[in-house]
Write a protein that binds this ligand. Structure first.
Ligand SMILES: C[S@@+](CC[C@H](N)C(=O)[O-])C[C@H]1O[C@@H](n2cnc3c(N)ncnc32)[C@H](O)[C@@H]1O
Length: 429
């Protein structure tokens, strides 16, 4: 049966919503994916994420091909052309099909009169493709990162910034967390083998498995029964470092969508977990994840800076604070971060993180443990944040993770390894 939608115009809409309206792909894509077939869901994702990965190259190419850029209400057609060029360079879709579908996108977007222009630009690109790409490679910054971010990464990692930037520009590996309440990782690996899904165990995290090729969750044995969760190996380190125990009271702050809440409960199913997040929409996902895994926690919407509003006088044995951050460690999973974040955001995030840390510290019992985590690679949000916290709170002691001059463990993103992540473990004297 012929599709009633045009996938390329849907991709152009998604890209417009990100680059013109500041929305994230992870908000925009699931909504738009509802309109398309399962096969096209993957293609929509591939095109939109791919465009974000190589945006400066595509912008440069369009500028060579068009005398006057499309602006205002016509901006979406600029992105439609981008979708066309992306397919010609980076996908195996036959050129004639990529071209025809992209040009037809103009009809879907109710401007059939622009079909000639779009067709002309794409055909001109096709004729000069190789020469244009060679020129683009000479003119644009090959790192494909905004200048401010590249400078921050180079300053923080003078030796290995190139490894980080290269990893950021790759497609991310798919990691699973095996629910130990059902299977040991080794047993689940055997189930994957039976389903012809190639995978390998992780050496660092007992529940982590890496798939050699990403696959839809519906293909994973027992996904709906909660046997397994999609979670990067670095993120799996947080709950492990927290070492939750049964019967303890545990606060998971900034919990949505619940990846770490459910991990805590898989390790200590009889612990009493309170999961809190400021975002009511995302809180719904915590509830869905708990339900899929058949786990139980109290879930509340609340601001981490105002714990008296949701914690009353309770104190916790353990607190996990997975703080809001720049997400600069997960750029390969969310390449739109490169264009959505601004340099000025970093200082604001650092302030928010320290406000939450200070507000929550009195809610930790004496001898209790707090794990502070971010998916950032910037020292301001990580080691420097914890160093400043330790100097403000003499009753806080760094435990196991690093030393007081450079507190915490910083993981950088690596091609087949984990995401960029930071953890510090503190105890209260
Ligand atoms: C890194 S994400 C959390 C991921 C989550 N821990 C997981 O493992 O699935 C950060 C979260 O912080 C939340 N957040 C941001 N500002 C907050 C605040 N002031 N109080 C509580 N939560 C906040 C965001 O809504 C977001 O869900």
């Amino acid at each position: 049966m012929k599709n009633t939608y045009n996938l390329r115009s849907i991709a152009a809409k998604a890209i417009t919503q990100v680059l013109e309206q500041g929305q994230s792909l992870s908000t925009v894509i699931p909504e738009l994916q509802q309109k398309v077939s399962d096969k096209d869901k993957a293609l929509l994702q591939e095109i939109c994420f791919g465009v974000m990965r190589v945006l400066p190259q595509l912008e440069w190419l369009i500028n060579q091909l068009m005398v006057k850029p499309l602006k205002g209400k016509q901006r979406i057609f600029h992105y439609l052309i981008m979708v066309g060029i992306y397919q010609l360079i980076y996908t195996r879709i036959p050129a004639h099909a990529a071209l025809a579908e992209t040009v037809n996108g103009a009809t879907d977007l109710k401007r059939p009169q622009l079909k000639g222009l779009i067709n002309g630009v794409l055909r001109q690109f096709q004729r000069q493709q190789q020469a244009l790409i060679e020129q683009a490679n000479k003119h644009i910054n090959q790192h494909l990162h905004p200048k401010w971010l590249l400078e921050r990464i180079q300053k923080a990692y003078p030796q290995n910034w190139q490894t980080i930037v290269d990893a950021n520009n790759q497609k991310p590996p798919m990691w699973l967390r095996v629910n130990q309440l059902h299977h040991a990782a080794k047993e689940y690996l055997a189930l994957l083998e039976e389903s012809n899904i190639e995978a390998e165990l992780d050496t660092n995290h007992s529940s982590a498995i890496r798939l050699l090729n990403p696959c839809p969750v519906s293909a994973l044995p027992g996904f709906n029964q909660g046997w397994v969760t999609i979670q990067d190996r670095s993120a799996q380190g947080c709950a492990e470092l927290l070492t939750p125990c049964d019967e303890e009271s545990i606060l998971d702050l900034c919990a949505a969508p619940g990846g770490k809440t459910t991990h805590i409960l898989e390790i200590a199913p009889k612990s009493k977990v309170l999961a809190v997040d400021i975002d009511a929409q995302r809180i719904k996902r915590v509830k869905e994840n708990l339900q899929r895994l058949n786990l139980h926690a109290v879930v509340k919407t609340g601001d981490g800076r105002l714990p008296h509003e949701w914690a009353a006088n309770e104190q916790f044995d353990r607190i996990l604070l997975d703080a809001p951050c720049s997400a600069t460690g997960v750029i390969r999973r969310h390449p739109d971060i490169k264009w959505l974040r601004r340099n000025e955001d970093i200082d604001q995030l650092v302030t928010l993180q320290s406000e939450i840390l200070d507000a929550i510290w009195p809610y930790l019992k004496r001898n209790g443990t707090l794990v502070y985590a971010t998916c950032s690679i910037l020292p301001q949000e990580n080691s420097e944040q914890i160093k400043a916290f330790l100097s403000r709170h003499p009753d806080a002691v760094l435990s196991e993770t690093g030393h007081s001059d450079s507190p915490g463990i910083q993981i950088i993103p690596e091609a087949i390894g984990g995401d960029g992540f930071f953890y510090a473990r503190l105890t209260k004297q």
